[in-house]
Design a protein around this ligand. Structure first.
Ligand code: UTP
Length: 469
């Protein structure tokens, strides 16, 4: 057992041994004083009670209890025809009154995309190659201008990408947003373990940790003082979205309006699943309460179940866009809520016995994550509206193929082409239903088809790549 002269350090080291993790000190004698201090600092943050519980769950998973599932209540596109007008007017009123803030979760590791750096810095637009962050920033600026307001923007990062994210915003001068309206906050990290429940070393003085999932946002918003800031500014509703969705309709007034109309504490956007196997979480009533069941957790019977009309019974897929009441975030934290951890097998880089970094291709351990949608189960009132996937969701998840930068660019261009056509402008298309010339419309020029119609005189004939700003 490792002995050191600093008694505070010794207590932390002893804890690691007592919890069966003494192997992590095998390179201790090679470390500088500063490296030792950094290592101890990381180890002092471990919540052992929680950690041991999670390791136990990962190694001896509890038998899955079959959940009583029913389809969730969703306001369908068809039903929306009757009530959208009222919802939009309510939503616009809340926007103009400055009651809406924006929360972006960008703390993930983006491992499937394999891009060095935060995913938000990834260049994605079809003509100008703007980054995801710039695209979102411009949407926020344009929406704020439209409603003569400002939106405070709360951006969740994690320890591994916090500074790089801020540096990127600084470098680009926040794309014209006022710096005092952009608030970065960090989520917690949690160590990963191998299949024997042992911590893995990332370097000789650092455990491999991963961010605690997008569910970490609810606690981090509270602990960072963001909720306090929202209250000071009179923000009542948070528009929540994920960094990789290029089609997100920022602060959609209809969505905000339905949330208000339904008196909901947390609201959701749902898209219609096409195939039973579509890899999206589905909105269900879980033992009577609205929640989301991850696609990997949905039992086969429910996945393939059909209604009498032959439609999928569990059709409402989540696209991870929510409105959350600020008061709900506050209540959750005051009541000491705990979102459940989901355990996933992943391939995790680690130092071998000789101190060489190994990047396994195969899965070699467990990561622990919480999901924001589990908070739905705590909300006494939830509202879910159906939206059109092709207009609102296209995510950059993988390096290529399905949900990749290429599909995101194509989906952006298909939408821009549709707006132009709706405004009466001819767009030359190829046989794959894509514009012959790359097209990009800055959110500062138009946020949707209606905006574009009012600027028709500014649009040239499309005989070469087109960028409108
Ligand atoms: P994903 O679950 O798609 O994860 O996150 P990811 O990190 O982007 O990519 P992979 O799985 O490693 O390839 C969906 C959204 O949730 C955020 C991500 O930044 C993304 O916006 N997220 C995820 C967090 O903010 N924190 C987390 O701990 C996990």
């Amino acid at each position: 057992m490792l002995k050191v002269s600093n008694s505070k350090w010794q207590r932390i080291i002893d804890q690691c041994y007592q919890n069966g993790q003494g192997h992590i000190f095998r390179f201790w004698s090679e470390l500088s004083e500063n490296e030792k201090r950094l290592f101890i600092e990381q180890l002092s943050r471990i919540n052992w009670k929680q950690m041991n519980h999670l390791i136990e769950l990962a190694l001896k998973p509890e038998k899955k209890i079959k959940l009583r599932l029913e389809p969730a209540d969703v306001i369908t596109l068809n039903q929306r025809k009757k009530s959208d007008e009222k919802a939009i007017s309510l939503g616009e009123k809340a926007l103009r009154a400055g009651k809406v803030g924006v929360c972006l979760v960008a703390g993930g590791q983006g491992s499937r995309l394999g891009f060095e750096g935060p995913k938000g810095c990834f260049p994605v637009t079809p003509v100008k190659n703007k980054s995801l962050f710039q695209l979102h920033a411009e949407k926020i600026r344009a929406t704020a201008q439209k409603y003569s307001t400002t939106f405070p923007w709360y951006i969740m990062t994690s320890r591994s990408n916090h500074q790089t994210t801020i540096d990127f915003f600084e470098k680009h001068d926040y794309w014209g947003l006022d710096k005092k309206d952009v608030f970065f906050f960090m989520q917690e990290m949690i160590p990963a373990v191998d299949f024997d429940g042992k911590f893995l070393l990332e370097t000789k003085y650092h455990l491999f940790e991963s961010p605690n999932g997008h569910g970490g946002a609810l606690k981090a918003l509270w602990e960072s003082g963001a909720v306090e800031d929202m209250k000071k500014r009179g923000i009542e509703y948070i528009f929540y979205f994920q960094v990789d969705n290029v089609l997100v309709q920022m602060c959609d007034p209809a969505f905000i309006g339905y949330h208000i109309m339904e008196n909901a504490r947390m609201s959701n956007k749902a898209v219609r699943k096409i195939r039973p196997e579509d890899r999206v979480g589905v909105f269900c009533k879980i033992d009577g309460k609205t929640g989301v069941v991850e696609y990997s957790d949905l039992d086969e019977e429910s996945m393939y179940a059909r209604t009498e009309k032959g439609e999928l019974k569990f059709w409402a897929g989540s696209i991870a866009i929510h409105i959350i009441d600020v008061a709900f975030i506050e209540d959750e934290n005051k009541n000491g809520f705990k979102l459940p951890f989901h355990i996933a097998q992943k391939s995790i880089p680690y130092l071998d016995e000789r101190g060489n970094l190994v990047k396994p291709r195969e899965k070699n351990g467990y990561k622990f994550e919480t999901f924001i949608f589990d908070a739905l189960l705590d909300a006494d009132k939830v509202c879910t509206i159906e939206v059109d996937r092709s207009k609102e969701f296209s995510a950059v998840k993988n390096r290529d193929g399905f949900e990749s930068p290429q599909t995101a660019r194509e989906d952006l261009m298909k939408n821009y082409a549709r707006w132009l056509r709706e405004a009466g402008i001819e767009v030359p298309m190829n046989k794959d239903d894509l514009p012959v010339f790359p097209i990009e419309i800055s959110p500062l020029f138009a946020l949707n088809a209606d905006d574009l119609k009012s600027k028709i005189s500014l649009i040239p004939e499309i005989t070469k790549p087109l960028y409108l700003e």
